[in-house]
Design a protein around this ligand. Structure first.
Ligand code: NAP
Length: 238
C-alpha cells in the first residue's frame, strides 16, 4: 500500500472510534498514512476503509494495549509494511470509575485495570516504537491525557482511578521527553477536553475539537515543545 503524500506514518491506538478515529482523519487530511491500531482488527479495518473512501491512506492493525506481545507484533508489522513509524498517538483509554468510587474505599481491581490500560499500555507502546524513531532521528509521541489529570485543577473526589492513571501518564510524558529530547523525538500530553464520544455521551464538545490538540502535537516542527501538557494548543497547569 502507498503511504500518504507526506511520507509519514502515524500509529493510533484505539484508532477505530471516538477521538482516535478523528485524530486519524485529521492526520489523513495532512497527508499522513494512518495505522488504526484496534483491539478488533475488523473494527479497525472498517474505520480505515471509511478513511480510504475520503481519499486518505489508512490501514488497520490488531493491538490490545493490555497485551504487550500484541503491541510488539503491531509495531513490527507496521514497520515491516511501511518501513517506519513517525508518530505514536497513545489514545486508547478507559474510564471505569466516577462518583461511585471513593478514594477512601479503593476498588483495586478497577484501579489496576485502569492503570494497565491508560498508563502501562501507553508506556509499552512508546517502548516499542522508540527504537524505530531513534534510528530515524524523528518521532512524535502524543499521550492523550485529560483535564482530570491536572493536580492544579482537581478539587473533588470523583474518578480516582482515572485521574491517577492520567496524572501518571503526564509524568511518563515528562520523563520520556527528557530522555529523548536530543534525538529528534518530541513527547507531549494533550487533553482533548470533555468531548462527545461513547466515553462521554453527555458532552457537547465535538470530536473535531477534541482531536485538534493531539493532531497539532503529532505534527510539530523540530523546534516544537516537548514534555508539555496542552489543551486547545495552550499549556495546561499540571
Ligand atoms: N471523551 C472525553 O470526554 C475525554 C476527555 C478526556 C480524555 N479522553 C481520553 O481520550 C481518549 C479517547 O477517548 P474517547 O472519548 O474516544 O473514548 P471511546 O470512544 O470510549 O474510545 C476508546 C478507544 O480506546 C480503545 N481501547 C480501550 N481499551 C483498549 C485496549 N486495551 N487496547 C486497545 N484499545 C483500547 C477502544 O477500543 P474498543 O472499540 O475495542 O473498545 C476505543 O477505540 C482516551 O484516552 C480518553 O481517556 C476523553
Amino acid at each position: 500500500m502507498d503511504i500518504g503524500p507526506n511520507g509519514r506514518v502515524a500509529l493510533i491506538t484505539g484508532g477505530n472510534r471516538g477521538i482516535g478515529l478523528e485524530i486519524a482523519r485529521q492526520l489523513g487530511l495532512r497527508g499522513y498514512h494512518t495505522v488504526l491500531a484496534a483491539r478488533s482488527e475488523a473494527k479497525g479495518e472498517r474505520s480505515a476503509r471509511d478513511l480510504r473512501k475520503l481519499g486518505h491512506s489508512s490501514s488497520a492493525v490488531a493491538l490490545d494495549v493490555a497485551d504487550h506481545a500484541s503491541i510488539e507484533r503491531a509495531v513490527s508489522d507496521t514497520v515491516g509494511a511501511f518501513g517506519r513509524v513517525d508518530v505514536l498517538i497513545n489514545n486508547a483509554g478507559i474510564a471505569l470509575d466516577g462518583g461511585d468510587h471513593r478514594p477512601s474505599d479503593p476498588d483495586f481491581d478497577r484501579i489496576l485495570t485502569t492503570l494497565n490500560t491508560n498508563l502501562l499500555g501507553a508506556w509499552a507502546c512508546a517502548r516499542s516504537v522508540l527504537p524505530h524513531m531513534r534510528a530515524a532521528k524523528y518521532g512524535r509521541i502524543v499521550n492523550v491525557s485529560s483535564n482530570m489529570a491536572s493536580l492544579a485543577l482537581t478539587s473533588d473526589a470523583e474518578s480516582p482511578a482515572y485521574r491517577i492513571s492520567k496524572a501518571a501518564l503526564n509524568m511518563l510524558t515528562v520523563v520520556l521527553a527528557a530522555e529523548v529530547r536530543e534525538e529528534g523525538i518530541l513527547v507531549n500530553a494533550a487533553s482533548p477536553g470533555y468531548t462527545r464520544t461513547d466515553m462521554s455521551p453527555k458532552a457537547t464538545r465535538p470530536v473535531e475539537a477534541g482531536a485538534d490538540t493531539p493532531t497539532w502535537l503529532a505534527t510539530l516542527p523540530p523546534d516544537g515543545p516537548t514534555g508539555g501538557f496542552f489543551y486547545e494548543r495552550s499549556p495546561l497547569p499540571w
